[in-house]
Ligand binder design. Structure first.
Ligand code: SDX
Length: 431
């Protein structure tokens, strides 16, 4: 924990309280209110946690004003260009870029844990074929705690390490199996001679009837999408994983809670919602109609893929994703993709509109990702599962950081109660 070198004074009804202020290595100072209720008998009030630091962390830093995202200090654009997903996983998990030997060992451990217990195949057949893959992932990941009893004791550092590797290794297999199940094709087993992204593409798109050759353009684009979604500070799904596991719940159950939270269209579900919005807009001439709806207070419609709680500048991941969309579609020969043209024109018109400029609403990570994923052959229903697959390392890294903190306490917020004060029961005949 950082040292406190200054304090804030809070005065209530003429009585003053000194609250320590901690200064971070980057970002805003924080006021420590942990003793406030005990000393002043008051709560702070912050629905949505817009001004609340829930923990101290060394993993990811976001400067929303500058549009900066660092993983263990390394900028996301450098990692997206120079690194690859499993190396970023190592960095997030252990805090430093690996040596060649460390990376080889880590990749080997992940590669050799990609299969799931054979009994889990039967678990899928309980779902309807038209189940959303996210519904399947929530169920199957939660069920992992029924299969891997030797890595559910969170007090054991070795079991925490085994659970971490298992989650990162098996999530692509679980997601690919969910996809195959919903399209009625047989499951494809992972292969140890393929890299992480190539393995996932093959498990999704290979069929027994013919050999599947991984397109290097697609596997590089897939790996970059994984990297861009790996971690993002204390977002809603990460906070869900932290809160769930603060009770001592096992890592599989806690990650399943994170998957459920990520599914929402305001969060990870926005990539599916954004592509469906772009498809509904259809042509550039209909953009003004949708921008008007997004600005209309009486219309619940919002531009999907736009806006962010933290970024009040370009989401740096969106910038990389936009470049990647151009490259991938060009390399795939998807000339003049109408959806990409609509996205670019929508971004241009929105950014030139005072409503969006004044509210500092910019494209976020979900604005361009769906365009690439669709060009790669994924249905929109697989967009959020791919986000969940990518974010598993972020959830696990934040979980490990919290669980290994000896001062960790169960999360238990209070409330501003505005309901009835005590009153006596009324018999039904007297109501
Ligand atoms: C992710 O937290 C993370 O880090 C998340 C994430 C990660 O990597 O984990 O980055 C991933 O979830 C990205 C966000 C994906 N969601 C979307 O693209 C859905 C569309 N965006 C909005 O729903 C919204 O911008 C949020 C949910 C992302 C942020 O909402 P906030 O911070 O609660 O902001 P807000 O709703 O208070 O909006 C502020 C104002 C409001 O207008 P006023 O009430 O002040 O007049 O901006 C408006 C909003 O109406 N606004 C929008 C808008 N987003 C905000 N208006 C139109 N279109 C939008 N997209």
């Amino acid at each position: 924990m950082a040292e406190s070198t200054k304090s804030a004074t809070l005065t209530i009804d003429g009585k003053s309280y000194e609250l320590p202020i901690f200064s971070p290595t980057a970002g805003p100072d924080v006021i420590d209110i942990r003793k406030l209720y005990a000393e002043a008998d008051v709560f702070t009030y912050d629905p949505g946690f817009t001004s609340t630091a829930s923990c101290d962390s060394t993993i990811t830093f976001i400067d929303g004003g500058k549009g900066e995202l660092l993983h263990r200090g390394y900028p996301i654009d450098q990692l997206a260009e120079k690194s690859h997903y499993l190396e970023v996983c190592y960095l997030l998990l252990y805090g430093e870029l690996p040596t060649a030997a460390q990376l080889e060992d880590f990749e080997s451990r992940v590669t050799h844990h990609t299969m799931v217990h054979e009994q889990m195949h039967k678990f899928y057949s309980g779902f309807r074929r038209d189940a959303h893959p996210m519904a399947i992932m929530v169920g199957v990941v939660g069920a992992m705690s029924a299969f891997y009893h030797d890595s559910t004791d969170i007090s054991d550092p070795w079991q925490r390490e085994v659970a971490s590797i298992r989650m990162i290794a098996k999530m692509p297999t679980i997601a690919a199996m969910a996809f195959k199940y919903t399209i009625g094709q047989p499951f494809v087993y992972p292969r140890n001679d393929l890299d992480y992204a190539s393995n996932f593409l093959r498990m999704c798109f290979a069929v027994p009837a013919q050999e599947y050759e991984v397109n290097p353009i697609l596997s590089r684009a897939m790996d970059r999408i994984f990297t861009l979604h790996a971690d993002h500070e204390q977002n809603a799904s990460t906070s869900t994983v932290r809160l769930a596991s603060s009770s001592g719940a096992n890592p599989f159950a806690s990650i399943a809670a994170g998957i459920a939270c990520l599914w929402g269209p305001a969060h990870g579900g926005a990539n599916q919602a954004c592509l469906e919005m772009l498809q509904e807009i259809g042509t550039v001439d209909r953009i003004p109609e949708f921008i008007a709806r997004a600005k209309d207070k009486d219309d619940p419609f919002r531009l999907m893929g736009f806006g962010h709680r933290v970024y009040k500048n370009f989401d740096p991941r969106a910038t990389v994703m936009k470049q990647s969309a151009d490259e991938v579609l060009d390399l795939l020969g998807v000339e003049d993709n109408p959806i990409l043209q609509v996205a670019k024109e929508l971004e241009k018109q929105a950014l030139n509109d005072p409503y969006f400029a004044d509210k500092k609403l910019f494209p976020n990570v979900d604005f361009y990702s769906g365009i690439i994923l669709e060009a790669m052959g994924f249905p929109t229903s697989m967009f959020t599962p791919i986000f969940a697959l990518s974010r598993t390392v972020g959830w696990i890294s934040q979980w490990k950081e919290m669980i290994s903190d000896p001062t960790m306490k169960i999360g238990r917020p209070r409330q501003l109660y505005t309901g009835e004060t005590q009153r006596n029961y009324v018999e039904v005949e007297d109501r």
